[in-house]
Design a protein around this ligand. Structure first.
Ligand SMILES: Cc1cc2nc3c(=O)[nH]c(=O)nc-3n(C[C@H](O)[C@H](O)[C@H](O)COP(=O)(O)O)c2cc1C
Length: 307
């Protein structure tokens, strides 16, 4: 019997759907036992968010400041064969609940020397969050053996609008009748996800994950676009600076920092709107000008090693 522990957090259930679709064949396998642990913050994050709640979560998320969590029900000393961490990026970083789990004493015990697979379901920008995940796992002595990503495949500016309608307005379907439904498409889950699960099942039974990520990549588990990679590169530099600037004024939700939070709430979407088309043009040229460099970067982010 192979024992898997799935650690996850989700607000709308999008990530749940991705986990279920991926693990369907493992779930039905008589030799596999899957335990699920939903990470629960002591004070739940709102969904839908108000505009101010949403942007106020930015500094602590980017700076990796943990929130209090409800007690876990898993046994951190149990001999799990595989740990799956399913999470979503928030502001190019790991969402606060999962980031807080990674900083817990239980995570230290649980993850040491264990193979870990990450599953992400998000808008389209996950590279920097996964770099942070790689760093946490390295510090915890875990062995990242696989990464699977599900993204919203609409154009970047379209999903920028629909993610705000979704997160701030709770819109779960087409927005204003014109914009597509936000999120990972049901088709992507139907067509591809089970294949990723079968790849995991094969390696789990073998007890050897060598070559697993290459097979996952070959089957479409990694979604990287060069324009978004370049856009994330800008955000990665700018975000910690602004997160510090806000948090210097006060702690989460405090009145003192509301003006800085409000300004950020205007600056961020505006910056994406302006930078996105410019970077898209640059990214069309970049593979022509620096083909090797772009290929090397995509290859790096597709894999599980840490620079
Ligand atoms: C506060 C916040 C920040 C987000 N930032 C990002 C981001 O940087 N990159 C991204 O691809 N998606 C981002 N998203 C979208 C989430 O990754 C995810 O798609 C969405 O929250 C739904 O996930 P869930 O319902 O499973 O929690 C963000 C969502 C929230 C709520």
């Amino acid at each position: 019997m192979k024992n898997i522990l799935v650690i996850y957090f989700t607000q709308s259930g999008q990530l749940n759907k991705a986990i279920e679709a991926t693990l369907q064949n493992l779930q039905n396998d008589a030799d596999v036992n899957i335990q699920y642990e939903q990470i629960q913050p002591q004070i739940p994050f709102p969904f839908p968010w108000t505009y101010m709640q949403f942007f106020d979560a930015f500094p602590e998320t980017v700076l990796g400041i943990p929130c209090s969590l409800k007690p876990f029900s898993f046994n951190p000393d149990a001999p799990y064969d595989l740990i799956i961490i399913a999470y979503q990026p928030w502001f190019l970083s790991i969402s606060q609940p999962i980031n807080s789990f990674l900083q817990s004493t239980e995570a230290k015990k649980l993850l040491r020397n264990k193979p870990v697979i990450t599953i992400l379901a998000c808008r389209n920008m996950w590279l920097n969050a996964q770099e942070k995940m790689k760093m946490h796992l390295k510090m915890l002595g875990a062995n990242l053996v696989g990464n699977i990503t599900f993204v919203d495949k609409s154009a970047n500016l379209v999903s920028l609008i629909t993610v705000f309608a979704f997160a701030l307005g709770g819109v779960q379907d087409k927005f204003l009748g014109v914009f597509p439904k936000y999120g990972v498409s049901d088709d992507d889950l139907k067509v591809n996800a089970w294949k990723f699960g079968d790849i995991i099942l094969y390696h789990l039974k073998k007890g050897d994950y060598t070559g697993q990520q290459e097979v996952l990549i070959a089957n479409g588990a990694i979604n990287i676009k060069s324009n978004l990679m370049l856009l994330e590169g800008r955000g990665k530099v700018f975000f910690p600076l602004y997160a510090n600037y806000i948090s210097k004024k006060g702690t989460a939700i405090s009145q003192e920092r509301q003006t800085r939070v409000r300004i950020f709430g205007i600056v961020l979407p505006t910056a994406i709107l302006i930078l996105s088309p410019i970077i898209t043009v640059i990214s069309r040229l970049a593979p022509l000008l620096f083909p090797k460099k772009i290929r090397k970067e995509i290859n790096y982010f597709s894999n599980n090693t840490l620079r």
